[in-house]
Design a protein around this ligand. Sequence first.
Ligand code: URP
Ligand code: ZN
Ligand code: ZN
Ligand code: ZN
Length: 483
Amino acid sequence: MSTIIKNGTVVTADLTYPADVRIEDGVITEIGPDLSGDKTLDATGCYVMPGGIDPHTHLEMPFMGTYSSDDFESGTRAALSGGTTMVVDFCLPSPGQGLMDALTMWDNKTGKAGCDYSFHMAITWWGEEVWRQMADTVDRGITSFKHFMAYKGALMVDDDEMFSSFQRCAELGALPLVHAENGDVVAQMTQKLLDAGNSGPEAHAYSRPPEVEGEATNRAIMIADMAGVPLYVVHVSCEQSHEAIRRARQKGMRVFGEPLIQHLTLDESEYQNPDWDYAARRVMSPPFRNKAHQDSLWAGLASGSLQVVATDHCAFTTAQKRTGIGNFARIPNGTGGLEDRMPVLWTRGVATGRLTPNEFVAVTSTNIAKILGLYPKKGAVLVGADADLVVWDPARRKTISAATQQSAIDYNVFEGISVEGLPRFVLTRGHVAVSEDALDVRQGHGRFVPREAKNPVNRAFSQWKAITAPRQVERTGIPASGV
Ligand code: URP
Ligand code: ZN
Ligand code: ZN
Ligand code: ZN
């Protein structure tokens, strides 16, 4: 049984050309002119692109006394309907819990996944057991480790723990990730604001200004450099953090930056809305910033100093958000975006000329696959690659609305945005999960995708670090002691 995607234009991170694509047994088996097979998908007027990969989601995540409301069923359905064919979620051990034990819990969440997935492992505490199980984690095909520099008293690790973990990542050829905000300063700022009676959702943003993020990004970059390991900074929201990444990259450091579609398109004025629910639904960390920060993020994507666009999809219902009435610090942090990342980025990025279609593919898929060690199984339109594909129709339009979304929550932070550019078909390992408005998402179709450690960038950087490491001076004579 072969499926042919016919009459489309293949768009990859580096090429644009007319071709048909043959799919058999879930993989791409031929790319070329005039193909025919058992089943045809008409891609006339469309771009045939690698399906999106979202490198940052929190499905059914235990957080701030509750669980995020999209699980691997609704989350992957939302992903597929928006053109995303793989998600990378976070396994979060509780303090004292073994990494393998946490992984068993996270494995148990994924039975209904409709698309392929992987995990990052979070380092939420430190000890010999964690050090040891980091190797087991890599053996299980999980080669990236997340560190929270914020959420003091919960997920946060200090510099000492982070440096130890980064050195372990260097040994294992793994990639450390950071949530970069100065958690000590945020904790005190939060208390000060609350003491002054500033308890509304806008104070969440006041408690963590861009400087708080910029400082932590610089600190994480320094610690990664001392450990001789590349670094991936999640949810880069501001110029201060972007500037640190840009500067590090210009010095030859291997640092990657991930802006979110939310920070690219929604700004801090959202928190000034007089409707408490409206503002609280937009509470996430880091918070939305002003237009100048947004311009910086867009420029980073265009120039290559920022490499990938994610969602940090962590969806809480209005009822869950209301836990924080009277105390913004209790509003569960997080927003959705899985279904909307690709159409909103296309509309605000490609349709405006800020990004080319090839750059769109790079930042939504190919760069992510390369950085995380998934390429070319994922992120590519190549013979032998998984048939995770989106047939993208630049002429399809809709207005984003919670009333028609796949996510389980009761609102959408992109409500009312008109998008131009939507999937016509979405394929997950060859299975057609989306045909325009019709969904055929199969629960349990999604598989765990193991990843390889010792990425070429890790290997090159550790070699360079070994060559340039400080050396003991070989002395010719040792002076007699005393004078
Ligand atoms: O507010 C956010 N970003 N919630 C999800 C957890 C995290 O920090 O990534
Ligand atoms: Zn975070
Ligand atoms: Zn996150
Ligand atoms: Zn099928």
